[in-house]
Design a protein around this ligand. Structure first.
Ligand code: SF4
Length: 373
């Protein structure tokens, strides 16, 4: 008999008592995060600032809490209000975002700040439905802001919450097909009182106790209500449909270093992958590596290009990328070829690379290209 076939029931099915147990645990054990108001001695509950909640939720999309905290603190100290962020330049916002990945989030963050500052007089709308109309705010983020900042009784459901709900209710339908059912079940738990704390308690439980591997069921505040734990199948859930391998794309990148210490960079088109970010010129990223002879004809300047040993690899959501890097040392008056698309190019001082809007993949390429021979 498989573990899934072993039928046992939890002491009580997940319901209002589960919510109470989870909130009591959250009051004692919640993570101290910079976007959460500090608890006073009497554990009085202050409403968090919607700007901070929105900023943190956008940054947390597909990024860990640990990676987000320094970015969040830097953004907040540089742009303490949504109006201040709206008045910044897109370049400065993209540069401050560099390294967090998924750069369309930064462009949408900026657009959203402008919409809130101009069309909403600097105040975030308060309902899930209105929030979802803002640039870059999808269903999860809208629900998270509505619940946490405005106490609307909705539950944001991300991967962590899906896992907790799949286990609490022992949902054996695989993801992604089970998404709708998991959202519905999460909705059955959402309380009218303290929905924001409930949402954050679910996030904390998923992050620290009901982890993907080896959940800590013995210290879980809702163990008695957990159907998966009662059946001993918690480590098998949630089930997932088999995912296709990410395809591999390849190309050649050109790192041109001027004698006076400047590196050639180019602005990517606004739409599409890494839109609006900086890059070093490269061939297209395709299934097959272009022959070096052809690629060098399309280099951004005529120079003595030298292939740097090794390759640079990077994984995007939908594909893996492998780049060969060519490098050249060029005079300060070097002229760009037609292939460089000179209108979008500029020379950037090496000392400014760290603070510019270069995505992680391009930082790797430049570091590789500038390695000592
Ligand atoms: Fe997750 Fe275990 Fe708690 Fe169930 S008992 S919710 S599987 S940690």
């Amino acid at each position: 008999m498989t573990a899934v076939a072993r039928k046992q029931l939890p002491l009580r099915p997940a319901g209002p008592d589960t919510v109470d147990a989870l909130l009591a645990w959250y009051d004692e054990e919640r993570r101290d995060l910079p976007w959460r108001p500090k608890l006073g001695r009497a554990k009085s509950r202050r409403r968090p600032d919607p700007y901070g909640v929105w900023l943190s939720e956008i940054m947390l999309q597909q990024t860990t809490v640990k990676a987000v905290i320094p970015y969040y603190l830097r953004f907040l100290s540089r742009w303490p209000t949504v109006e201040a962020l709206a008045a910044a330049s897109l370049d400065d916002v993209l540069a401050a975002w560099a390294g967090l990945g998924y750069y369309s989030r930064a462009r949408n963050l900026y657009k959203c700040a402008q919409v809130v500052a101009c069309a909403h007089s600097g105040r975030f709308p308060e309902t899930e439905a209105e929030l979802e109309q803002l640039p870059g705010v999808g269903p999860y983020t809208a629900a998270a802001i509505a619940a946490i900042a405005f106490n609307e009784p909705v539950t944001p459901v991300d991967g962590n919450v899906e896992r907790v709900v799949a286990r609490l209710f022992a949902v054996c339908q695989p993801l992604p097909g089970a998404k709708r059912e998991l959202k519905r079940l999460a909705g059955t738990l959402t309380p009218e009182e303290r929905p924001g704390d409930f949402a954050q308690a679910m996030m904390d439980l998923g992050a620290g106790i009901c982890t993907p591997r080896r959940p800590s069921c013995l210290v879980c505040p809702v163990q008695t209500d957990c159907a998966a734990n009662a059946r001993g199948i918690q480590e098998e859930l949630p089930l997932r449909a088999v995912r296709a391998e990410r395809p591999l794309r390849v190309g050649i990148a050109f790192v041109a270093l001027r004698e006076d210490g400047y590196v050639l960079v180019r602005r990517r088109p606004e739409a599409g992958l890494l839109g609006g970010m900086l890059e070093v010129p490269s061939t297209g990223w395709d299934d097959l590596m272009p022959p070096a002879k052809d690629a060098l004809k399309a280099a951004p300047l005529k120079a003595d290009w030298w292939q740097v040993p090794g390759t640079v690899s990077h994984t995007f959501t939908h594909f893996k990328l492998e780049l060969i890097v060519y490098r050249a040392l060029v005079p300060a008056d070097a002229t760009l070829t037609f292939w460089a698309e000179p209108d979008r190019c500029r020379w950037l001082a090496r000392r400014d690379l760290a603070s510019s809007a270069l995505p992680s993949v391009m930082r790797k390429v430049i570091a590789h290209g500038l390695k000592e021979r």
